[in-house]
Design a protein around this ligand. Structure first.
Ligand code: FE2
Ligand code: FE2
Length: 356
């Protein structure tokens, strides 16, 4: 199913949307999980920043039942409010001669509702990816402070899966299977036997992107239950990204140039996967709209391009801080430049700013 990573540079839109999840009836998805389970007999609390993060995480636990679930969610009202904020349906794009030209507000509202169902479904699947990857990390990381902290993150992620699943079931109007690009990315992270790559793939890249995406969605959202759900999840995610950054800062200092290059390649491939996962091809299929044409048109819309760029607002500065951008004559800097996301290197958006 997965497109070979070696062909990423030459992917066309047809390739990207042609990669579909063709196991839609699948209930279980098994992936060989590489890496040794490591016990440590060194119980010394030697990593101060991880000790403090662990204490903070234990005090910051919350219950899914604390969210205001009695709020009534009206997806059509959400669709109309978002369109008004963006200047009307399809604003900013020339739709003459396209499959959207004859669309009335009814079709645009349906699209917006399906997009809500799709986006929240992908968040749900991504949260399960974080749950599974972090549980693996507890087994494979050799540091006691990281095992302790990781255990709190496993609990956080279980709660995140729980709240997104409940929101989809009780407040929205349909589920989507995992997007093929997101699934391939999660498979790659789980399959890798190197525990530091689990951190890079999940805590730094996937969760860095999730933090930005949740912040953007929250800025647009007026629906109070979703806003509160995302606020709480984002507070947890900020700790998870910090967990990755603290841990990898220690690891990367001890790697060879060749080993660092392997991490750069992983970061680049994961970034392309994350770019391609937001194209909503499954929505077009469900709506009976020509997939390639619709994907290409939406990808060209100005607000869409801005959204895609903003998603990387945390990843690029964090790769820079870890030394991945400039190692090996700036290999990753050149690749990120080609993807057009380097502008965020010095943005330094705080979590509060992203939260809006
Ligand atoms: Fe999460
Ligand atoms: Fe997380």
């Amino acid at each position: 199913m997965a497109t070979s990573m070696t062909r990423l540079d030459s992917l066309t839109m047809a390739d990207i949307v042609g990669e579909v999840n063709n196991a839609a009836d699948e209930v279980d998805h098994a992936v060989p999980s590489g890496g040794d389970t490591v016990f440590t007999w060194d119980y010394e609390r030697s990593r101060g920043p991880l000790v403090r993060l662990y204490e903070k995480a234990k005090n910051a636990q919350w219950q899914a039942s604390e969210l205001p679930w009695d709020i009534d969610v009206d997806q059509e009202r959400t669709a109309l409010a978002e369109a008004a904020m963006l200047g009307g349906f399809g604003a900013g794009a020339d739709l003459t001669g396209t499959c959207f030209e004859s669309w009335t507000d009814k079709e645009w509202v349906s699209l917006s509702i399906e997009a809500q169902n799709w986006m929240l479904s992908q968040f749900l699947h991504g949260e399960q990816g974080a749950l599974v990857c972090t549980a693996k990390l507890v087994q494979t990381v050799p540091w006691i402070d990281a095992k302790y902290y990781g255990a709190t993150q496993v609990m956080d992620e279980a709660r995140h899966v729980e709240v997104f699943a409940r929101y989809l079931d009780e407040k929205l109007s349909g589920h989507y299977q995992i997007n093929a690009h997101l699934e391939a990315l999660l498979d790659d992270i789980v399959r890798d036997s190197r525990w530091d790559v689990t951190y890079l793939g999940m805590q730094v890249l996937v969760e860095g992107l999730a933090l930005a995406a949740f912040g953007l969605i929250r800025q647009l959202a007026e629906e109070p239950l979703l806003r509160e759900l995302l606020r709480r999840v984002m507070a947890d995610e900020a700790r998870h990204v910090a967990f990755g950054m603290i841990s990898l800062s220690e690891v990367y200092g001890g790697l060879t140039a060749a080993e660092i290059h392997e991490r750069q390649v992983f970061a680049y491939e994961a970034t392309v996967r994350m770019r391609d996962r937001f194209l909503m091809q499954e929505v077009w299929e469900r709506m009976g709209t020509p997939v390639e044409e619709a994907t290409r048109l939406v990808a060209q819309m100005p607000e869409r391009q801005m959204f895609q760029q903003m998603l990387f607002a945390k990843i690029v500065p964090n790769c820079s801080k870890l030394g991945l951008l400039d190692a090996g004559d700036g290999w990753l800097r050149a690749r990120f430049g080609e993807l057009g996301i380097l502008g965020f290197e010095h943005v330094g958006l705080g979590d509060g700013e992203l939260a809006g």
